[in-house]
Design a protein. Structure first.
Length: 409
């Protein structure tokens, strides 16, 4: 009788924070026979009950203090999943690739374009692959949206905007030594709103335009970085991204929203005949436009008395680890959902944030400290309405008339 194939081995580096989410996904794929979790690496022991329990015919999961210790202990894992602070990503991914392991690397992948190019070179030299953990880029909503746009569902595209406003309590800024830092011990930490919690807003807005926009350095990046909390990094920011031969992108975000009225992020495409909105955390795509005739991408939703059609669809979250496993098995048939080259545009914005002047403090008269169920949090007056109007109107904070906005970009 033919024996079933042996599942690839997987190691997880970083078992706390977002690493715990990855443990749940790994456990589900292991249950389905897709992989074997053989080791974890973290200087802090995993919390009790977070690692899958040993079962019959299953070897215990080895634990190491570092990836170096893990790699020195024996054959490298087939796949190394890295869910550690951003400043450590480059060195860990390099080590895993050179050991002969494919990599799933959490976002942001690296701290600048030089690191990104070096990591791409290492992957090519070693014949290994890197998948970047931008979940939104794996959503089937994006190719669906691009087809609709190409077929004129909303007319000619005039602009792309993205907005998000979350509430982050004071404890958020104490969650780790690098929390709220731009630099830590001479290394970029980049724990600001644009480059960490709302990194998906930037990369998803670029993805609407397609591979060319994702895989090139923008012509111009205009930033307005601010903070209301007593932190080094930005917590309330806007950026305009201009790429060749494409409409501009305006992203406005904040983690200083009052808890009851915070909004999940969305990317909006404005056209001459309608609009499309992708709420990427919920996987919801909504398109409103005039009738598109018999074109391939015509809307199939409800039509109102004015001849305007409305389509609303929800797509499941992509499993980037499963996609990486499929790519390993059938590289010619299954492309990676988020290869390194698709993050060049995003990393350009990240580097611009890294190299920009210090974020400007929002004056006290526009800032409130409020108590919510999640804890005490700093909020900015009117910020939820502001980030949404900036994204819709393609305006930076200063252009929208925010009295606290910097004007020296």
């Amino acid at each position: 009788m033919r024996q079933p194939p042996i599942p690839p081995t997987v190691a997880l580096v970083g078992v706390h924070g977002h690493g715990r989410w990855h443990l749940n996904r790994i456990a589900a794929l292991e249950q389905a026979g897709r992989l074997r979790l053989t080791a974890v690496a973290d200087p802090r022991p995993p919390e009790p009950g977070t690692l899958p329990e040993s079962a019959q015919n299953r070897a215990p999961i080895a634990r190491y203090d570092s990836l170096d210790d893990l790699l020195a202990a024996g054959p490298p894992p087939d796949v190394t999943l890295i869910a550690t602070p951003t400043p450590t990503h480059f060195a860990l991914a390099e080590a895993a690739l050179r050991a002969g392991s494919d990599v799933l690397l959490e976002k942001p992948p690296v701290t600048g374009l030089a690191e990104l190019e070096a990591l791409r070179k290492t992957a090519a030299e070693t014949g290994r692959v890197v998948q970047v953990g931008f979940q939104s880029l794996g959503s089937a909503a994006l190719p669906r949206l691009r087809v609709l746009l190409a077929d004129g569902a909303i007319g000619e595209i005039t602009g792309i905007g993205a907005a998000g406003a979350w509430c982050r309590p004071e404890t958020y800024w104490r969650r780790a030594p690098w929390a709220g830092k731009r630099w830590l011990n001479g290394v970029p930490a980049l724990d600001g709103a644009l480059t960490n919690p709302f990194a998906h807003a930037i990369v998803t807005a670029l993805a609407v335009l397609g591979k060319d926009a994702m895989a090139q350095v923008p012509d111009r990046i205009s930033l307005e970085l601010c903070h209301a909390n007593r932190v080094e990094a930005d917590d309330t920011s806007a950026v305009r991204i201009e790429v060749p031969d494409a409409p501009p992108i305006l992203v406005a975000v904040s983690v200083c929203a009052p808890k009851p009225v915070e909004i999940d992020p969305w990317v909006r495409v404005q056209g001459t005949k309608g609009e499309a909105v992708f709420a990427y955390t919920a996987g919801r795509l909504t398109v409103t436009g005039k009738q598109t005739g018999n074109q391939t991408g015509e809307l199939t939703g409800d039509q109102n008395a004015s001849g305007v059609e409305e389509l609303s669809e929800t797509y499941p979250e992509a499993d980037l680890l499963a996609n990486l496993l499929d790519h390993r098995e059938r590289p010619d048939e299954v492309p990676l959902m988020v290869p390194l080259e698709d993050t060049i545009g995003f990393t350009s914005v990240l580097q611009a944030v890294r190299d920009a002047p210090e974020p400007r403090a929002i004056p006290a008269e526009y800032v409130y400290v409020q108590d919510f169920a999640v804890g005490r949090a700093t909020t900015v007056k009117g910020i939820v309405d502001l980030v949404q109007s900036c994204a819709r109107d393609q305006k930076l904070f200063s252009e929208a008339g925010a009295p606290w906005a910097p004007v020296d970009h």
